[in-house]
Ligand binder design. Structure first.
Ligand SMILES: Cc1cc2nc3c(=O)[nH]c(=O)nc-3n(C[C@H](O)[C@H](O)[C@H](O)COP(=O)(O)O)c2cc1C
Length: 187
């Protein structure tokens, strides 16, 4: 069975509905799945890159789970990647530790999905923002499997208990799609 490693890039999961829901559902429905909660592990942004590298080396499937902050990964997750993916380890002529591993992106946005379109407010599709991650996979010899995306889960849309319930339901469906992507492509 494949070892699945989820990197949670949310900067404060205590204040999360969508990402927290996705992570809890994933944990319940997948064996051999480990979650690295970066907000709990590294509130000071001082990444233990050797430890992170050791987790990545054991993984077959890597999932990057994050809320979109300013059209990219939250700063904590960028820092995790900057510190952990080192020349000579992940890339460069002798860097092959991530080679052959599968990577899936799992992301949420506050703006509704319909706004991520070339003719709508954002002017781009959500996949356009994932090019840096895809390029990183290419550089490190990883297989980019794809992404699972849910929009419309902003803080502003948590105005009532029913609205929160709706986001929790979206998170559940998101986790089910992600589990299916893992099963269909990585086992
Ligand atoms: C600093 C910051 C930047 C954000 N930038 C974006 C953005 O660029 N696009 C977007 O659609 N939502 C943006 N959002 C909204 C978050 O993506 C949204 O709150 C998150 O996906 C909700 O997930 P959660 O319930 O797990 O916190 C931003 C939120 C914060 C706090």
């Amino acid at each position: 069975m494949e070892n699945i490693l989820v990197i949670s890039g949310h900067t404060d999961l205590k204040d999360s509905v969508a990402n927290k829901g996705i992570l809890n559902e994933l944990k319940e429905n997948n064996e051999n799945l480990e979650i690295r909660y970066l907000d709990v592990l590294y509130p000071d942004y001082k990444i233990d890159y050797l430890l992170e590298q050791s987790y990545l080396e054991k993984a077959d499937v890597i999932i990057l789970q994050f809320p979109v902050f300013w059209y990219g990964m939250p700063s904590l997750m960028n820092k995790w990647m900057e510190d952990t993916f080192q020349h000579g380890w992940s890339h460069g002529s002798t860097g092959d530790k991530l080679k052959g591993k599968s990577l899936i992106v799992s992301l949420t946005t506050g703006a509704p999905e319909a706004l991520y379109h070339e003719n709508a407010a954002m002017g781009h599709e959500i996949k356009d923002y994932l090019v840096p991650i895809q390029t990183t996979c290419h550089m490190c010899g990883m297989n980019y499997i794809g992404y699972v995306y849910t929009g419309g889960v902003s803080y502003q849309s948590r105005q009532s208990a029913d609205a929160v319930k709706e986001i929790e339901e979206k998170a559940k469906l998101h986790a089910q799609r992600l589990t299916k992507m893992i099963k269909d492509n990585c086992e």
